[in-house]
Design a protein around this ligand. Structure first.
Ligand code: ADP
Ligand code: MG
Length: 703
């Protein structure tokens, strides 16, 4: 069998694996083939040239290497309860080495007083350290073999695998087996000029070197090469798609600035636009005027005024005879968008409609009919918009608000709603660090609203403790007396969580007691309420009929009640940083001084204190996003699970900014030089891309 085919075989056929362990690997780590084994990379190495002092060993170290003499060897128990214990002493301390199998053979071999090198994982039982089943080699032999010269790779694994003795040593052995038999199957599609220019190892060498490095340098260079490929092909897909769309000239040309835009601008605009809003509108207009499809990411911190920009873009589409849609991540937000847009255009001949999962069948049918007949100009909704029965007469512009709840796949579903595809504007309130902009959104053009409307006062943010609750409530009363409104938000990580639900209801009760009717009105909104009830409560709060809104994070995104001036976050330590920033963004939307109070039960520890400090120290969303990226990594940054994001196995958006920029430049250069995908180098790179994509579930398709 040739090496490529070998790599596609089941792990069952690796020496020392077999059916049971193969099944376990598949279940625990999604490792099925020989090739999958190679792509299970070590995350660090243990230097086998050095020895740990026994006095400094603890379980958190994982694998450790020790050197000492055996003080005593004892064979105890009978039958299955047999064990062999050898006490290793290195002068700093002593640790028992324990075996439950292969006892007879070892018992004969181990010599008291002799020096041994021992390698294994210490465990603790009732504070007593021991080391089960270590590798043990007489020191002379260890030195002779040169075993002391190499680095020992440490692989990620699971508790279950460890129990079945599938750990680093296992992966080290299986990768060696696979590479010895089939390393020729590891293909390198990168042009040699690129390899030379970036001083990259050959891919086969790198695959050896990441699993079996002889030196730190080799380990580093091998990882670098494989990481380069990962980022390079990611950029290849992104830049390819971007160029394709830009040059494809398949896009509506919105050449006309007509009645809608003009009359809105002169008669209905409720305030004057900020310079940043004007600039962004110009960028969008010029995109949509070229006849190429727009794919633009609009970044603007919470409260920067993205809605009006979206509306102006939609009016431009209508002026040119097209429909537009606006997709929001939650029902609450969709409803609110629909209302505020309807309000803004109420004296204009523009028909706005709302479509969510809760629109009733009869209404829905009528709505879909009107939509298809072109009688609805602007359709606002949730992801119900991308479902197949939703057919537009002529969709010219699709806007996605608060993109971070949507994946790349949903974006693609919108493109498919019309032929040629609609212009796409993605709006996000989570400022995006450079590395994320180059990866997650690397196929989009970028516009930034970097200015808040005039007259906004920075929100004052304070950390308060639960025991200060009385004075906090007093402060809330003062604010209410001034005519302002209050949000009190409880964590609800999972909407179905009973314990959190109880906590929320307890909170609601105690707030209701502290703010009793008829002097105060308190609303509550959470995910388990019926949409209509939720809507009604939101409505009452927005209309100023209630003073306090007790809620979960359902109000996190986008909700706009300018009269609300205090955001009190309960158990603030449970929220992520950008989540807190989003929540804070719900206040400070009017001209009044606003406050954000982050309440915790006790003095918080660890990362939560850093999050709270970060929030108290700045209101700059960009700084917060950077800190968040550093603290939590990109997966959590946007509040989605890793699964919704690009997955990267080697690269780290926190630390690989330079390499990301470098690979992007390399790809841009190549794609400006070559365009024929049937010939090298692009034909090869396409294969390299496909190979990488098959290992990264959330990469976009090259089209
Ligand atoms: P976001 O960018 O968070 O979606 P919105 O579009 O909801 O922000 O706008 C936040 C608030 O600021 C709204 O009440 C909106 O009417 C107001 N606003 C937007 N632009 C301006 C402006 N140029 N001048 C004054 N107020 C503005
Ligand atoms: Mg918004």
């Amino acid at each position: 069998m040739d090496a490529h085919r070998l790599l596609q075989q089941s792990t069952e056929f690796i020496k020392g694996v077999g059916a049971a362990r193969a099944a376990l690997l598949a279940r625990e780590l999604d490792i099925h083939t020989w090739e999958d084994v190679l792509y299970h990379f070590p995350f660090r190495y243990i230097d086998r040239r050095t020895f740990q002092k026994i006095s400094e060993v603890h379980v958190q170290l994982g694998m450790v290497q020790l050197c000492g003499r055996l003080r005593d060897v004892v064979h105890s128990g009978t039958g299955r309860g047999q064990r062999l214990t050898a006490w290793l002493n290195d002068g700093t301390g002593e640790i028992p080495l324990v075996w439950f199998q292969g006892i007879d053979r070892l018992f004969g071999l181990l010599k008291l007083g002799q020096e041994y090198v021992v390698f294994g994982r210490p465990v603790a039982y009732r504070d007593e350290l021991s080391m089960p089943h270590p590798e043990i080699t007489p020191r002379d032999r260890f030195l002779e073999q040169g075993a002391g010269l190499s680095l020992y790779p440490v692989y990620p694994g699971t508790e279950k695998l460890r129990k079945n003795r599938i750990e680093s040593r296992f992966f080290s052995q299986t990768t060696r087996f696979v590479l010895e038999k089939a390393h020729a199957g590891v293909s390198d599609y990168l042009p040699s000029e690129i390899r030379a220019h970036h001083r990259l190892l050959e891919r086969q060498k790198a695959m050896w070197g990441i699993h079996h490095p002889q030196s730190e340098r080799e380990a580093f260079e091998s990882r670098h090469r494989l990481k380069f490929d990962e980022l390079f092909y990611l950029q290849f897909g992104l830049v390819h798609n971007k160029i394709k769309r830009q040059s494809g000239s398949r896009g509506h040309r919105f050449g006309l600035v007509g009645e809608m835009v003009n009359s809105f601008y002169t008669h209905h605009l409720p305030f004057s636009l900020t310079e940043a809003q004007k600039r962004v509108i110009r960028e969008i207009r010029s995109d949509m005027g070229t006849g190429r499809q727009m794919n633009r990411l609009l970044q603007g911190d919470v409260g920067s005024g993205k809605t009006i920009v979206a509306l102006m873009a939609m009016l431009l589409a209508i002026d040119n005879g097209f429909q537009a849609c606006l997709m929001a991540p939650t029902e609450v937000l969709a409803v609110q968008h629909e209302q505020s847009i309807s309000e803004l255009v109420r004296n204009m001949p523009v028909r706005v409609a709302l479509l969510t999962g809760n629109v009733r069948a009869k209404e829905r049918r009528a709505l879909l009919q009107d939509l298809q007949a072109g009688e609805i100009h602007i359709l606002v909704g949730t992801h119900a918009l991308i479902e197949p029965p939703v057919v537009f007469a002529q969709l010219g512009l699709a806007i996605i608000d608060e993109q971070h709840r949507f994946g790349v796949a949903q974006r693609a579903a919108l493109w498919a709603k019309n032929n040629p595809p609609p212009h796409v504007l993605v709006m996000t309130a989570t400022p995006i660090p450079r590395t994320l902009a180059m990866t997650q959104y690397g196929d989009l053009d970028l516009s930034v609203i970097d200015e808040l409307p005039a007259g906004r006062r920075p929100i004052m943010t304070r950390h308060v403790l639960d025991r200060q609750r009385l004075s906090v409530f007093q402060f809330l009363r003062e604010q209410i007396a001034l005519g302002r409104q209050i949000y009190i938000v409880y964590p609800m990580i999972e909407e179905g969580d009973d314990e959190q639900m109880k906590y929320l209801m307890d909170g609601y009760e105690s707030v209701s007691r502290a703010f009793p009717v008829p002097d105060y009105q308190v609303s509550i909104v959470h995910g388990r309420m019926k949409p209509d009830d939720k809507q009604m409560e939101m409505q009452r709060f927005a209309a100023g009929k209630t003073n306090i809104m007790v809620a979960t994070t359902v109000i996190e995104v986008g909700v706009n009640v300018p009269n609300a001036s205090v955001m009190l976050v309960e158990n603030a330590e449970r929220f992520g940083l950008s989540q807190l920033h989003q929540l804070r963004g719900r206040v400070g939307r009017g001209a009044e001084q606003s406050y954000c109070l982050l309440m915790t039960a006790n003095e918080p520890k660890g990362e939560s204190i850093r999050r709270i400090e970060a929030l108290c120290s700045t209101t700059d969303g960009f700084k917060i996003a950077e800190i968040d990226l550093q603290l939590r990594g990109p997966g959590d940054l946007t509040g989605t699970q890793q699964s919704g994001m690009l997955d990267l196995s080697l690269a780290d958006l926190r630390t690989d900014e330079v390499l990301i920029a470098e690979t992007r430049r390399a790809v841009e250069q190549l794609l400006s030089q070559y365009s024929d995908y049937s010939k090298p180098p692009l034909s090869l790179l396409l294969m390299g891309y496909q190979a990488q994509k098959s290992r990264h579930k959330n990469w976009g398709e090259i089209s």
